[in-house]
Design a protein around this ligand. Structure first.
Ligand code: HEC
Length: 82
């Protein structure tokens, strides 16, 4: 919880769980393109500029680019013998 989280919660967890969001990482442009994609194809509404700024500030600050949320595949030496 940090400034802006309520705006994100109110606007971004209507159609899907917050997990969809917190599993993703990205810079501001990446987050903006995810929003544009939902607006174009998934029925997401337009936000007033100040609301969109709050959402993008929050997501790019707290979910910046980083290591992927899935662990890497196991190396062959750790796989069961076939
Ligand atoms: C109008 C409904 C709706 C709202 C509101 C909505 N989304 Fe989505 N979102 C979707 C749909 C539909 C999908 C695709 C679900 C699927 O692929 O099964 C999606 C997918 C996503 C994904 C996953 C994209 C991927 O590549 O896996 C993220 C991240 C996401 N939304 C973030 C957000 C954020 C951030 C907000 C708030 C700004 C938001 N969503 C608000 C409908 C919505």
């Amino acid at each position: 919880m940090a400034p802006g989280w309520e705006t994100v919660k109110n606007n971004c967890t209507v159609c899907h769980s917050a997990k969809f969001i917190t599993l993703q990482r990205g810079d501001r442009d990446t987050w903006e393109s995810m929003i544009r994609w939902m607006q174009k194809t998934q029925g997401l509404w337009q936000f007033p500029d100040n609301v969109e700024t709050t959402i993008l500030d929050y997501l790019s600050t707290h979910y910046p680019p980083g290591p992927p949320s899935r662990r890497a595949n196991l190396p062959p030496r750790l796989m069961p013998k076939s």
